[in-house]
Write a protein that binds this ligand. Structure first.
Ligand code: EPZ
Length: 431
């Protein structure tokens, strides 16, 4: 087993380069199955969700060359299966995009219910409603989703909830459908736009991505393309909050500042300084944050994926902050861990009431899910003494070499091995 060890107290300073967007990458890789020509995808984050997907694509028959520097070459010509291995699919949430992509390519798909972080019920009824509206028959038996269609025909689909996954999945199935598909009440997240741009580069005809009405005019054939994924808005926000939380001065580089406006606005409200450039955001910590209230919402609202890091930052605010988590019903698992570090936070349903404390203290904590893991790293950086974080597989699913990036900013953080008796080996931080 591995743990992250953090000795808190260092101010983060310097420049950090953000990786490609995870939640765009995990949709773009399956989207490449919609053609039989070669796709080259650059600025790919080298994270476990991506390596698992690359394995799934190659098991489906695609030739896949994944380069750790952030490039994948996918030759989907050879794809000859429409069923993905149950065990692989269970390892990540975004494997549901294989449904839309395989349905679009073969008119058939068999995929187990996806895995991923346990942050709520995570239904996929809106995806299914969309596929059915396009003419697919969907059956669910023993945890496997069977989708089949003689042909897919465009129609208007009104989403009951704003869903990133359903919006993207319906786009994937609709790009080669007959006629026009209109998605109403679509998600507007930057990664929805990125997937639409990728599909348009392949010859699709998608208009309106980034607004709440997306129109897709089906085309017969898609072709290969070269594409560069956008920077990861959530990773960028994580570093922005970490900079503020450590009283640091960090330039978060190679980002699209517009995608970060909700975080920037909230950090300004807490009294931090934020300077926006063309492709960077610089965050300067200005002492303890002022307490603020926060509600998570679909884009352009404050992203749920940054709620957990923000909870940590506000745990030392001057006064009481109230967070309302509107997207996921159980995204406060990190709070129990933060209490071990001295935070004073009460939760009830979707509300967290954070009474600021003077400081956090290092403790042994567990990354209960991906963003909880990122949040606990920030807590460790802020805390007095040593913090040990286990369950790193969650963090590695979504962040590329995160501790290396923090080390470059001056953090005392390292990945250590824990033997069967629980002893930590090879660490300079444990004395
Ligand atoms: C995506 O999940 C992201 N994952 C999540 O990031 C992110 O938190 C979420 O969007 C919201 O921004 C990926 O892109 C792989 P949704 P997704 O469908 O698509 C309800 C991370 O940490 N809903 O937008 O699964 C649902 O219960 C992850 O990177 C339905 O009711 O989320 C939720 O309350 C965690 N029926 C809301 O909609 C459906 O069919 C938004 O979910 C679909 C969703």
């Amino acid at each position: 087993m591995e743990k992250l060890l953090i000795r808190g107290g260092n101010r983060l300073t310097g420049t950090v380069k953000v990786s490609g967007a995870k939640n765009a990458a995990v949709a773009i890789l399956p989207a490449a199955l919609l053609t039989d020509e070669t796709c080259v995808i650059e600025n790919l984050p080298y994270i476990n969700d991506v390596t698992v997907l690359a394995e799934i694509l190659s098991e489906l028959g695609a030739k896949v060359a994944l380069d750790p520097v952030g490039r994948i070459i996918i030759e989907p010509y050879y794809v000859n299966k429409y069923k993905a291995d149950y065990k692989m699919v269970k390892r990540m949430r975004a494997s549901y995009y294989l449904l839309g992509a395989l349905l679009g390519r073969f008119g058939r798909a068999e995929i187990a219910f996806p895995g991923g972080c346990e942050i709520g019920v995570r239904p996929i009824d809106q995806h299914i409603k969309g596929f059915e509206a396009l003419g697919a028959n969907i059956n669910i038996e023993k945890g496997v989703i069977y989708a089949e269609a003689d042909k897919l025909v465009g129609t208007e689909i009104y989403l009951d909830v704003v869903s990133v996954g359903a919006t993207i999945n319906i786009m994937l199935a609709a790009v080669r459908a007959e006629g026009i598909t209109t998605i109403v009440n679509a998600a507007k997240e930057p990664h929805v736009v990125d997937v639409a741009n990728f599909l348009n580069n392949m010859g699709s005809n998608i208009k309106g991505a980034g607004t709440d009405v997306i129109k897709i005019k089906g085309v017969e054939k898609l072709h290969g393309c070269n594409y560069t994924i956008i920077p990861d808005q959530i990773e960028a926000g994580t570093f922005m909050i970490a900079a503020a939380a450590t009283g640091g001065d960090v330039t978060v580089d190679k980002v699209i500042p517009k995608h970060l406006e909700a975080v920037t606005a909230k950090l300004l409200e807490t009294g931090m300084k934020v300077v926006e450039g063309d492709d960077y955001v610089r965050v300067i910590g200005m002492g303890l944050p002022r307490c603020v209230n926060l509600k998570t919402l679909p884009y352009p609202g404050f992203p749920t994926d940054l709620q957990q890091p923000m909870t940590v930052f506000l745990s030392v605010a001057d006064g009481t902050s109230i967070i309302t988590e509107n997207v996921w019903e159980s995204r406060y698992k990190h709070v129990a861990e933060l209490r071990k570090m001295g935070a004073n936070i009460k939760t009830e349903d979707r509300i967290a009431i954070i009474q600021g404390v003077e400081s956090l203290t290092g403790a042994s904590v567990s990354a209960t899910d991906l963003r909880a893991g990122a949040a606990l790293i920030i807590a460790g950086l802020m805390a007095e003494g040593l913090t040990q974080i286990d369950n790193l597989e969650h963090i590695d699913r979504g962040y590329e070499r995160i501790e290396q990036k923090f080390i470059k900013l001056g953090a005392d953080i390292e990945r250590a091995t824990v033997d069967e008796d629980g002893n930590i080996t090879g660490s300079s931080l444990v004395v």
